[in-house]
Write a protein that binds this ligand. Structure first.
Ligand SMILES: Cc1cc2nc3c(=O)[nH]c(=O)nc-3n(C[C@H](O)[C@H](O)[C@H](O)COP(=O)(O)OP(=O)(O)OC[C@H]3O[C@@H](n4cnc5c(N)ncnc54)[C@H](O)[C@@H]3O)c2cc1C
Length: 386
């Protein structure tokens, strides 16, 4: 194949920037990554930021050769999901066996995955600059040029914005953004449970917001994400540990037994955005730089990995007509993000109310989905990212 080697500059060494960099390098391209922080370095304690990765994301990481090097003691495969409504009689359970799978996905600590990606990218020859940012960027139809905060200048064929939800690369390029604030905080923490979690990912919908219990590799340890309205989130953050723990026990209907906090609590403001243009001249936005969604279905990183997988396909070919192929990529990825955002919004609106009629309707909906095998299978396949 007459393949042209391209030069890429990627801002941000999160999960998306690093997987993109590694994939491009494996295709033979030249890649520079600019990261404001340092190489991720996780310790013995479980990290607060985790992601529930679907099979499709795992497929990309397997293809990149990274999945097999992730430490098994830090991977929490889950074989079932239980979703229920605190305020109604509705609930639904999924089991991997129903779709002839060993599991429905795996809970991965972000820093563990980032470190594995970082090391693989470095070994493959990606140039990683740490402790630096981009001060200025110049884009035209054929090339890009960036000036770093340490004064260096880099020249490339493409600039990829992977610098997260508050992407400076996106802002400098003034890519138009659709944006709204959920007025919620995502509270995360790690807890020990007296009852084993059994490899089940659990989510309970409450009027103040959904609460997820994600099973970690330790059978008695879960990571929580409580997406609470701002006022409740502030109260939860201010609570002493014992009171917080009790709230969680009550919310979980005590299905995990007694809970014990083994980490601090952190909170993240929850906002939705997506860029209206994902490609501008030689700039491409991926991951949270392009879209940020509500964490209630744990799909933000999965959406980002799908951006990466599709973009790697674009650059695996000789790009004779990059405008057309990149426009097709943009159309496809934007549609996927908008569908996901709309689904999160209807979930959030449908479950975020204690209005009696809505309560009965969602209870019936969950019961119906549980009893209709075809609908249930479709929901499981959606959870698998298929
Ligand atoms: C509470 C919570 C729970 C979540 N749970 C899930 C889940 O279960 N499953 C799931 O799929 N998704 C989940 N998500 C979403 C997921 O965490 C994100 O979609 C994902 O981390 C985005 O990765 P990224 O690489 O695009 O961005 P980031 O992880 O934000 O990485 C961006 C990188 O860019 C660097 N950077 C930023 N600015 C600059 C700059 N100016 N110069 C240089 N470098 C810069 C940062 O230091 C960072 O390393 C959750 C999100 C939240 C808030």
């Amino acid at each position: 194949m007459n393949k042209t080697r391209q030069r890429f500059i990627i801002t941000g060494a999160g999960m998306m920037g690093l997987s993109m960099a590694l994939g491009l390098r494996q295709q033979g391209h030249q890649v520079d990554v600019i990261e404001q922080g340092q190489r991720p370095d996780y310790g013995d304690k479980p990290e607060l930021r985790v992601s529930a990765l679907a099979h499709r994301s795992r497929g990309l990481l397997q293809q990149l050769g990274v999945w097999s090097v992730l430490p098994a003691e830090r991977l929490g495969p889950y074989t079932g999901m239980e979703v229920w409504d605190r305020d109604s009689f509705g609930g639904i359970e999924f089991d991997a066996a129903e779709v002839h799978q060993d599991n429905l996905g795996a809970i991965v600590e972000n820093a563990v995955l980032e470190q594995a990606l970082w090391d693989a990218a470095e070994a493959a020859g990606v140039k990683l600059a740490t402790g630096t940012t981009v001060n200025a960027q110049q884009l035209d139809d054929d090339a890009v040029q960036v000036t770093l905060s340490d004064g260096r200048q880099l020249h490339g064929d493409y600039l990829i914005a992977a610098d997260g939800a508050r992407s400076g690369t996106r802002e400098r390029a003034q890519l138009p953004l659709t944006f709204w604030d959920y007025d919620q905080q995502g509270i995360v923490a790690v807890l020990n449970t007296s009852q084993p979690h059994g490899g089940i990912a659990r989510q309970v919908f409450m009027p103040g917001g959904p609460l997820a219990f994600l099973p970690l590799a330790d059978p008695h340890q879960v990571s929580i994400v409580w997406s609470a309205d701002n006022e409740l989130a502030q109260a939860l953050q201010a609570m002493p540990d014992a009171a917080f723990r009790k709230q969680l026990q009550a919310a979980s209907d005590h299905c995990l037994g007694t809970l014990e906090l083994v980490s601090e609590r952190a909170s993240f403001p929850l906002k939705m955005h997506y860029v209206q243009r994902w490609v501008q001249q030689r700039l491409i936005a991926i991951g949270d730089a392009a879209h940020s969604i509500h964490p209630l279905a744990g799909q933000g990183a999965n959406l980002g990995f799908a951006d990466v997988a599709a973009l790697l396909e674009v650059f695996s070919d000789n790009l004779q007509d990059h405008h057309r192929t990149l426009r097709n990529w943009e159309r496809e990825r934007k549609a996927a993000a908008v569908v996901m955002i709309a689904a999160m919004e209807s979930f959030k609106r449908g479950f975020g109310t204690s209005q009696p009629l809505a309560r009965i309707t969602r209870g019936l909906g969950l019961q119906l989905a549980h009893r209709l095998p075809a609908l249930k299978q479709r929901l499981i396949h959606a959870a698998l990212g298929q």
